[in-house]
Design a protein around this ligand. Structure first.
Ligand SMILES: Cc1ncc(COP(=O)(O)O)c(C=O)c1O
Length: 396
């Protein structure tokens, strides 16, 4: 038996530190937007700032590809503002609203993502325009995005899906050419890098989810907006608290999207382990790669550093393979079996069946294998044995 997901080994490992953090908050009598949130915002902003440093040297990544790397201490990190919010969906909404995007504007993104990306964009008031993906990285296809630009297009939301960054070189050029705001959806890519720089440091603003299964995870819902733009950061802060600038003054219409002290304190514990956990994820992915040849393995772009939020393989007979693995006690999931443009709630979006061919092909073929902190080598071997046992049958 190998479950798809198991958060318990890590919870047990970190239990003493998590319990101490929780006890500190419970004893403090301060539960929402307080010193723990402020400390987490500072620490998360600093983490991002360190990863935003200039590229000054070259090294070799885990795939053996040359990749530029930031050299610590070689450039002065800039100030990055992190604003804690209630979840990653709110983070997208508030990032767009704070940038002045809303009714009458168009925002380009992908249909091969969590529905949450689209919820967040639509809640800003903007119209979502869905485009196709690069079938290798599952990220937005920059050429398809460019083709979808109209007079009303104001922003583009690349989603760094599964832990692999989008092509931020091409998106940066595109955004500059067409004067678009870039909002990076980093819900699945904490610590991922493109050309040596952290995902979340390329756009004008980035959004994160800290849902319990994410690479940086709370013990409940939590999220953050990250930006270098002090005015935009101040506006997100205002919007997350009813639009108020002080206790008795609402400067604009906002919402309630506050981060609580308990989640912030727990996130501070987990943040200290983020790089180590991402390293462990890469090791687990490498172990899968050494074992599997019967399915298409995740592609890693030479400029990318993958953080394997998910280990997603591909097979033409995905459903049969998945059923067979289930019979052998191997849990899998599909991210995502029905693209957003084919979901019942989104039939009014102008694209229909067949309009996003790579998205629809991916939806039919991708399969997420178990990958979590604490997954053992023998379990990876068990999954691989099950895949090997299943593939001749499903390929017949
Ligand atoms: C790509 C992506 N964007 C946005 C979100 C939204 O995050 P949350 O669930 O915290 O609202 C998620 C989380 O599921 C996600 O995977």
């Amino acid at each position: 038996m190998v479950p798809f997901q198991n958060l318990q080994p890590l919870a047990e490992r970190l239990a003493p530190q998590m319990a101490a953090a929780a006890a500190r908050v419970l004893a403090s009598g301060w539960y929402v937007l307080g010193p723990e949130v402020e400390a987490f915002e500072r620490e998360w902003g600093d983490y991002i700032a360190q990863g935003a440093a200039e590229l000054v040297t070259s090294a070799t990544n885990s795939n053996g590809n040359g990749v530029a790397h930031a050299l610590a201490g070689q450039s002065t990190p800039q100030t990055w503002h992190a604003i804690g919010v209630a979840n990653g969906t709110d983070a997208i909404e508030l990032a767009l609203r704070a940038a002045g995007i809303g009714l009458g504007d168009e925002v380009i993104t992908v249909a091969h993502t969590a529905v949450a990306t689209i919820c967040g964009i639509e809640r800003s008031g903007a119209r979502v325009v869905l485009v196709d993906i690069d079938p290798r990285t599952y990220a937005i296809d920059p050429a398809a995005a460019e083709a979808a630009i109209t007079q009303r297009t104001r922003a583009i939301v690349p989603v760094h899906l599964y832990g692999h960054p989008s092509d931020m070189t091409a998106i940066g050029r595109l955004a500059e050419r067409h004067k678009l705001l870039v909002v990076e959806d980093c819900a699945q890519a904490h610590g991922a890098r493109w050309n040596g720089r952290l995902a979340g440091t390329f756009g004008h603003v980035a959004t994160f989810s800290f849902y319990p299964t994410k690479n940086l995870a709370a013990c409940g819902d939590a999220g953050a907006v990250v930006t270098r733009d002090a005015d935009l950061a101040a506006r997100v802060r205002r919007l997350r608290s009813y639009g108020q600038t002080s206790r008795d003054s609402a400067a604009e219409r906002g919402t309630n999207s506050r981060l609580d002290e308990l989640q912030a304190a727990l996130l501070r514990v987990r943040l200290a382990y983020l790089d180590e956990h991402n390293r462990q994820r890469r090791e687990l992915a490498a172990a899968y790669r050494a074992e599997l040849s019967e399915v298409e393995l995740p592609f890693v772009h030479p400029l990318a550093e993958h953080v394997y939020h998910l280990f997603v393989v591909r097979h033409a007979e995905r459903d049969a393979l998945r059923a067979r693995l289930a019979r052998d006690g191997v849990g899998t999931l599909v991210h995502y079996p029905v693209p957003v443009h084919l979901q019942p709630a989104y039939r009014d979006l102008t694209v229909g069946v067949g309009s996003l061919p790579e998205t629809e092909r991916a939806a039919a073929e991708v399969l997420s294998l178990p990958l979590w902190i604490g997954l053992e080598r023998r379990q990876i071997e068990e999954v691989a044995r099950a895949v090997r046992g299943a593939t001749p049958e499903v390929c017949r």
